[in-house]
Design a protein around this ligand. Structure first.
Ligand SMILES: NC(=O)c1ccc[n+]([C@@H]2O[C@H](COP(=O)([O-])OP(=O)(O)OC[C@H]3O[C@@H](n4cnc5c(N)ncnc54)[C@H](O)[C@@H]3O)[C@@H](O)[C@H]2O)c1
Length: 251
């Protein structure tokens, strides 16, 4: 039995896909989210599929809330083998347009939040002899795009944190990696996604949340035991493509 905490696990997009993938691979999953009702709904689905899952309320900006989730997980399962930091929020504004309050909120959730979760989970993992952490970044960590400046900076910081944690604790059995999703399909973005798939991906396939979940499931598994400090782009080729051309012109 291996136990994983997924922050933002109640999310309708990537959080949900990660939880489904992990349960499918036999992980026991703590679905931790600021929206407890959303976490409960995801857990209901996971249990219906035969999985072991527990919902917990969590605010990653509040260290006490993080400590409570870590303690409740240890009380329930006796161990924590993996942590996936998926809780995150966006902000669509050009660089200088955001307010200081928006800047602070973005960093509190997307960057300090994962750091707080790592900080609180590490002692439990180290006492167990090791563990695996996966952070959820974004393709925006790798390049600039209109209105994404401040969001991108939080994800680039998270990538740097990932490498640092991998270095600092590797000798003590901790692996830490980051998955950078591209544009993930979700209800309501079909029109935008068609344009994105046609012009900004190498593959003509819409990325689904389960694709992100499968990459995370690989990275936290023993199959990835030699992988740490790595950045894995699950973006259908977006980041690797220098020039954009519609598919009709490419084939
Ligand atoms: N959706 C995409 O196309 C996409 C692309 C690249 C990266 N990402 C990243 O993937 C992650 C998931 O994003 P998503 O858009 O798929 O959303 P999602 O559907 O997974 O929902 C995010 C969840 O995070 C939770 N959350 C927000 N603030 C929180 C807090 N302070 N404490 C605890 N939980 C909190 C929300 O309640 C929500 O359930 C984020 O880190 C995001 O930046 C998403």
């Amino acid at each position: 039995m291996s136990v994983c905490i997924v922050t933002g696990g109640g999310g309708p997009r990537i959080g949900n896909g990660i939880c489904r993938a992990l349960v499918g691979k036999g992980w026991d999953v703590v679905v931790a989210d600021r929206e407890l009702a959303a976490a409960e709904a995801v857990v209901e689905e996971l249990r219906a599929a035969g999985g072991v899952a527990v919902p917990m309320g969590l605010d990653v900006t509040d260290a006490e809330s993080v400590r409570e989730v870590v303690a409740a997980t240890v009380a329930e399962f006796g161990r924590i083998d993996a942590l996936v930091n998926s809780a995150g929020v966006g902000l669509r504004k050009d660089g200088a347009e955001a307010t200081p309050e928006e800047f602070d909120r973005l960093h509190a959730i997307n960057y300090r939040g994962p750091w707080t979760c790592v900080k609180e989970v590490l002692p439990v993992m180290l006492a167990n002899g090791g563990g695996s952490i996966v952070n959820i970044g974004s393709v925006h960590a790798a390049g600039a795009a209109e209105t994404f400046t401040l969001y991108a900076a939080t994800k680039a910081a998270l990538a740097a944190l990932t490498r640092g944690i991998a270095r600092d604790y590797g000798l003590r059995g901790i692996r830490c990696n980051i998955v950078h999703p591209g544009a993930v399909e979700s209800r309501g973005n079909a029109h935008l996604l068609d344009e994105f798939v046609a012009n900004r991906q190498m593959l003509p396939t819409a990325i689904e949340s389960i694709d992100i979940g499968n990459a995370v499931a690989f990275l936290i598994s023993a199959d990835a035991r030699a992988i740490t400090g790595a950045e894995l782009f699950v973006d259908a080729g977006t980041t690797a493509m220098l020039f954009e051309q519609e598919h009709s012109q490419r084939v």
